[in-house]
Design a protein around this ligand. Structure first.
Ligand code: TRP
Length: 350
């Protein structure tokens, strides 16, 4: 396996130009949360005005570990669509598409599977971790084990140059770039382009319990669709500084989730700096900082909630948006697949 190639990781959206093509997406297994927003959604909204943007709802990838629960996946397609539209991904500027509606990706995946070896797949740290989390042991579904290959096809079919993802997805993108290099070398062509990961320098947003990253499975997520009373309740129970027992005690801000969220969402950075200083000096109650965070999150979430309700009132229209985006995406995927087949020399029956 190659060393980590940091030239393939960018942290700053200002490096993106009009010539870039962005592809990214999510598995529809549940509603999206604030970690998704900081990790990737925010960059999508910003960059849809800069270059072309494809956003996939990865329903086939979601089935790789939900084969027995297809309803969960299909129900969440609409939920994820509503999350996308409500944070401001534009139906006109971006092409939001449904993975299962583009069979060309599956064909490309079959060609790509021949260009990666089993050892390389089994060493992938992201997948190894996910296998442990899911307790698959030896029973890992082959589809799940090989999902990084189909993810490489998702990206490659648009010749995407930038993929906004959380840092945990970087090994998957590295594997995809290996496959792409191998394709171009093996078939002596330049059909595919390597991509760069766009990942926020601030790292992952912690879960409300302060343990590692926010995730649905850890039960520590704050969802974009949470109503105000749930947001308030989750903030009130957030992990702060367990040593900070009395208001007058000096408190720690490292690992203090409330401050991590203020850093991520409070536009008034000078005020956050003042609060941090006061907290460290002592004399600032957790409750005061939490009350501010509730206000900050409410002003962020309120317009999102309103837009969500508007789109949710016309579900047929939302599915129409998905269909139109899928048609645009499929035209590109199908043109690339033609080039790939020609490069390989697949027999065309005319
Ligand atoms: N693996 C991503 C997730 O867990 C979803 C995904 C599928 C994706 N294909 C992709 C992300 C291509 C970026 C690019 O949510």
């Amino acid at each position: 396996m190659s060393e980590r190639d940091t030239s393939k990781i960018i942290c700053d959206t200002s490096a993106v130009t009009a010539r870039d093509v962005i592809l990214t997406g999510d598995r529809p297994t549940g509603p999206l949360h604030l970690g998704h927003y900081i990790g990737s959604l925010r960059a999508r909204v910003q960059l849809q005005d800069v270059c072309s943007l494809f956003v996939l709802i990865a329903d086939m990838q979601a089935l790789t570990d939900n084969a027995g629960n297809p309803q969960k996946v299909s129900d969440n397609v609409l939920e994820v669509m509503l999350d996308y539209l409500s944070v401001g991904i534009s139906p006109e500027r971006a092409s939001i598409y449904l993975q299962s509606a583009i069979p060309e990706t599956s064909e490309l995946t079959m060609y790509f599977l021949n260009l990666v070896n089993v050892g390389r797949l089994s060493r992938n740290p992201t997948v190894k971790n996910e296998i442990l989390q899911r307790g698959f042991g030896d029973e890992v579904p082959a589809g799940f084990w090989t999902y990084p290959v189909s993810q490489a096809a998702d990206i490659a079919q648009f010749k995407a140059t930038i993929v906004p993802v959380g840092p945990d997805q970087i090994p998957i993108l590295e594997l995809g770039n290996d496959i792409i290099r191998n394709f171009n070398r093996t078939y002596k062509c330049q059909v595919f382009k390597e991509c760069k990961a766009l990942t926020p320098s601030s790292g992952l947003l912690p879960g409300t319990d302060g343990s590692s990253k926010m995730s649905k499975s850890a039960g520590n997520a704050l969802y974009l669709s949470d109503p105000p009373n749930v947001v308030a309740k989750k903030v009130k129970s957030m992990y702060t500084d367990p040593q900070h027992l009395k208001v007058e005690d000096p408190g720690h801000i490292e690992g203090n989730v409330v401050f991590s969220y203020l850093d991520a969402f409070d536009p008034d950075t000078a005020e956050v700096a003042r609060l941090k200083e006061h907290y460290q000096r002592g004399g600032l109650a957790d409750g005061v900082v939490k009350a501010r965070l509730i206000d900050v999150l409410e002003s962020f979430l309120k317009p999102i909630r309103e837009r969500r309700a508007e789109y949710a009132s016309d579900k047929a229209q939302v599915m129409k948006i998905l269909k139109a985006g899928t048609e645009r995406a499929r035209a590109v995927a199908s043109a690339t697949l033609k080039e790939a087949r020609a490069a390989i020399g697949v027999v065309e029956l005319g």
